[in-house]
Write a protein that binds this ligand. Structure first.
Ligand code: HEM
Length: 492
C-alpha cells in the first residue's frame, strides 16, 4: 500500500495525522474545548513545560487571564482559574479537590505533609503537626529567632555602607532559623562566608524534581549514567536525607526526647496527648521537608520586602516611627517582647503588601478534579483535569486591589481592604486544608527581622539592583532574574 513512499514521507504522514487527530480531539471533542487558551496549550502539555523551564510560567498565565478572563486552558487537560468562587471551591476546608499528582515529585521521599495527597493520610499527619506550629508554641521559640536576628543585624553591620547580597543573606538567616527550631542547631549559614552544602543540595533537589516530573526518561537515564558529576547531582536527595537523619539523631543524643528546649522539634516529639505518634524515620523526613518549606519562602519575601522599601523610603521611616513608640521590654527569657500584628499595623501593612505583590509561592497550586468530575464556576470539569489558581493573579485582581501593580501598603490600613473579596483572593499562604502550616513562624520571622534591621539601618539599593534584575522568575518558588539582590545598609 505504501509502495513508492520513503520512510521520511511515511513518518511525516504519521506525524501529520497525529497532529490533526490531537487537534480534533482537544479542540472539538474534549469537554474543555470551549474554554479559551493558546492554541499550543490545547495541543500539548509541553507548551507549559517549556514555559515553566524558562521560569515564566506564572507571568505567562497571568497575561493569559488578562487576555481571556477568569478561566484559561493552559494544557490539554489543565485549567487555571482566577475568580473568587472557583478559588474558594478549590482551596476551602471542605474541598473535594486534592493535590495533583505532580506533588509526588516535589518532596524528598518518603513523602511528608506537603506532598501527601490522600485526604485521610494528610489530615492525620496535619493534626499531629498542627500542635507544634500553633501560635502559642511558635511564640515560645522567640528567643531562638531573636538570636538569629541579632546575628543577621551583626553581619550586616560588618558590611555597612557596602553592597550586600540580601537574597543570600536572608536565605542563610531563614535556613539557620529552621535549623535551630527543627534540628537543635543552626546550619551555621550566618557564621560562615560560603553557603552550607545543605542549601546547594536544596537547589539541586528542586532541579531534579523538575527533570523527574517533566522528563522521566531523562531522569531514569541519569540514574544509570556512570559519570561522577551526574551521580553527585543525583545524590542531593540522599545527602539531604542523611543530613536530616544525622542532625535528628544528634539532637536526641544531646537533648533527649523530652528536651524542654524552646524549639519546635520538642513539640513534634512530645505531642499534646503525650504519645509519640511519628516514627523516627517519619520525623526526620518530615523535618527535612519543613526545612525546605521554611527557607526560601521566608527569605524571598524578606528580599522583595526590603527591595520595595528601598524604592519607597517613606515606608522605612513610617515603620521606624511606629516601632520607636512601642515599649518592647518585658520579662520573657531574652527580655524582648515579640511583636504582634496589632502592635505595629504599619509594619503589618508593609509585610502584607510585600506578600501581595511578591508572594514567594506565586504559582499555580495544582489540584486534581475529584472522581466523577465537578462543577467549578460555569464549567463542568471532567475528572482527569488538573485545576489551579495562582495567587500572583488573584492578588492582582483590580476589583479587589485597585491599582494592583503599585506597592501601596496604605491599602491595608484602610477599612475597605477588609472587604470579603480581597480577603478571599489574598492567599500568599494558600487557604483551607492545605494552607501553610508555618504561617505563624514565617510572620514572626518577617516582623522580627524587618523591625530589627530598620531600627538600626536605612537601606538603599545598589546600582546593579534594578527593576530588571529583580524581575520575577519562578520555578514554583520565586527567584529574581538577576539571581541576587544587592542592598546597602547605613547605620542611622
Ligand atoms: C513567607 C513565608 C511562607 C510562604 C509565603 C509560604 C507559603 C506556602 C504555601 C502557598 C503553601 C501551600 C502550597 C501548596 O498548596 O502547594 C504552603 C504550605 C506549607 N508550608 Fe509554607 N510558606 C511560608 C513559610 C513556611 C514556613 C516558615 C514553614 C515551616 C517551617 C512552612 C511550612 C509549610 C508546610 C508544612 C506546608 C504544607 C501544609 C499542608 O499541606 O498541610 N511554610 N506554604
Amino acid at each position: 500500500m505504501f509502495t513508492g513512499l520513503s520512510t521520511i514521507q511515511l513518518l511525516l504522514i504519521l506525524a501529520g495525522t497525529f497532529v490533526i487527530w490531537r487537534n480534533v480531539q482537544t479542540n472539538l471533542i474534549s469537554p474543555l474545548c470551549h474554554i479559551p487558551g493558546p492554541f499550543l496549550a490545547r495541543l500539548t502539555p509541553y507548551w507549559l513545560v517549556f514555559i515553566d523551564l524558562a521560569g515564566t510560567r506564572t507571568t505567562t498565565i497571568h497575561q493569559l487571564h488578562q487576555k481571556y478572563g477568569p478561566v484559561v486552558r493552559i494544557g490539554p487537560k489543565e485549567l487555571s482559574f482566577a475568580d473568587q468562587a472557583s478559588v474558594n471551591e478549590m482551596y476551602s476546608q471542605q474541598t473535594a479537590f486534592m493535590k495533583a499528582e505532580i506533588y509526588d515529585s516535589m518532596s524528598v521521599k518518603p513523602l511528608g505533609i506537603f506532598s501527601l495527597r490522600d485526604k485521610g493520610l494528610h489530615s492525620q499527619r496535619r493534626s499531629l503537626l498542627s500542635y507544634a506550629f500553633s501560635q502559642a508554641n511558635v511564640t515560645t521559640c522567640a528567643p531562638l529567632v531573636h538570636a538569629q536576628v541579632a546575628k543577621l543585624v551583626g553581619k550586616i553591620g560588618a558590611k555597612k555602607g557596602m553592597p550586600v547580597d540580601m537574597l543570600l543573606l536572608f536565605r542563610l538567616f531563614s535556613l539557620d532559623v529552621v535549623g535551630e527550631l527543627f534540628l537543635g542547631s543552626s546550619f551555621g549559614g550566618l557564621d560562615n562566608e560560603d553557603p552550607p552544602q545543605f542549601l546547594l543540595d536544596i537547589d539541586q533537589h528542586f532541579l531534579l524534581s523538575g527533570i523527574e516530573w517533566n522528563f522521566p526518561w531523562i531522569y531514569a537515564l541519569m540514574t544509570i549514567l556512570p559519570f561522577q558529576g551526574v551521580q553527585w547531582f543525583l545524590g542531593a536527595r540522599r545527602r539531604l536525607n542523611e543530613y536530616g537523619e544525622n542532625a535528628y539523631r544528634t539532637y536526641i543524643k544531646r537533648f533527649g526526647r523530652e528536651s524542654g528546649r524552646k524549639d519546635l522539634l520538642t513539640k513534634i516529639l512530645s505531642p499534646k496527648d503525650g504519645n509519640q505518634v511519628l516514627t523516627d524515620r517519619e520525623t526526620y523526613t518530615e523535618i527535612g521537608n519543613l526545612v525546605f518549606a521554611g527557607t526560601d519562602t521566608t527569605s524571598t519575601t524578606l528580599t522583595y520586602l526590603f527591595w520595595e522599601l528601598t524604592r519607597n523610603p517613606e515606608w522605612q521611616q513610617r515603620i521606624r516611627d511606629e516601632l520607636r513608640g512601642l515599649d518592647r521590654n518585658d520579662s520573657s527569657s531574652d527580655g524582648v517582647q515579640l511583636l504582634k500584628a496589632s502592635d505595629a499595623p504599619v509594619l503589618e501593612a508593609v509585610i502584607n503588601e510585600a506578600l501581595r505583590l511578591h508572594p514567594a509561592a506565586p504559582a499555580s497550586l495544582p489540584r486534581a478534579t475529584p472522581p466523577g468530575g465537578a462543577q467549578l464556576g460555569l464549567y463542568y470539569i471532567p475528572e482527569d483535569t488538573v485545576v489551579s489558581a495562582q495567587c500572583y493573579t488573584t492578588q492582582r485582581d483590580p476589583t479587589a486591589f485597585p491599582d494592583p501593580d503599585t506597592f501601596d501598603p496604605e491599602r491595608w490600613l484602610k477599612n475597605e481592604q477588609t472587604d470579603p473579596k480581597a480577603k478571599d483572593l489574598f492567599m500568599p499562604f494558600s487557604k483551607g486544608t492545605r494552607a501553610c502550616l508555618g504561617r505563624p513562624l514565617a510572620m514572626m520571622e518577617l516582623r522580627e527581622a524587618t523591625s530589627a534591621l530598620l531600627l538600626k539601618y536605612s537601606v538603599t539599593a545598589a546600582p546593579e539592583t534594578t527593576a530588571d534584575s529583580m524581575a520575577m522568575r519562578d520555578h514554583f518558588l520565586v527567584l529574581p532574574k538577576g539571581g541576587r539582590c544587592d542592598l546597602i545598609f547605613e547605620p542611622l
